[in-house]
Design a protein around this ligand. Sequence first.
Ligand code: ATP
Length: 264
Amino acid sequence: MNPDLSKSGGPDIDISSLLSDDDVVAPVAGAPPALELRGVTAAYGKIEVLHGVDLVVPAGKVVALLGPNGAGKTTTLCVASGQMCPTAGEVHVAGRRVTGAAPSALAAIGVCTVPEGRGVFRSLTVRENLRMATYRGVKLADVEDKAYGIFPRLGARRDQLAGTMSGGEQQMLSLARALVTDPAVLLLDELSMGLAPIIVDELYQQVQRITRHGVSVLVVEQFARTVLGVADVAAIMAHGRITSVGDPSTIESELSAAYLGASS
Ligand code: ATP
């Protein structure tokens, strides 16, 4: 299923550099896409919900995957992260075929998911949540430095239980936990869920900023306004298929029709 997952293909970035605009990683000409789905179909039991999804996330870019409820956006992310095995088609990360690889194997090559609903441990403090992100002998102090550098507000709340923080702060913690693992490909599911527009703007500014350091992002959103402002490419999904891909401003003009059409 998975011929070569022995070596990380991700950019070895230092997230602490996110504090400044120095050391920006220029895209490598001719580099393979960070993530590519080719003709992916997927099913829950006997019910097929993805019917041949083709999607490319170029290296260092933000791709927004938009569409109405039930279109198949989260399922697409599940296939990309290895949580779900496609029934047909292929998944490639940095040019390597990884179809059917386990989530842990994909995580090891830098594919990192921030799930819908934030995925923080509510009964643990901010610091304890960050401790869960330490790996391969990385020190908690270094992880904290990076996380608080990206989101200073988390530093002020390091001893607070995550479950008592605002929704926006919990989403910052969830994003920070992902970023401190130095991801190559970040998969974001409904970052804006339940948050005030000003917080969503702040989160997406940070997302856009990390792409300058070599991280590639696939972001799923039902509500498009903010993400279209930071996306390099946007795609519309409906009924388990990508129905349109292009420049965010072009896609924005097609969205109303796509959402109305999906309800019929
Ligand atoms: P939303 O924006 O509402 O989260 P989505 O575009 O992310 O929607 P998916 O969650 O991928 O859509 O769902 C695609 C289809 O698969 C839907 O028809 C949904 O009912 C179905 N589905 C999703 N999860 C399951 C599951 N665990 N078991 C059975 N069917 C599922």
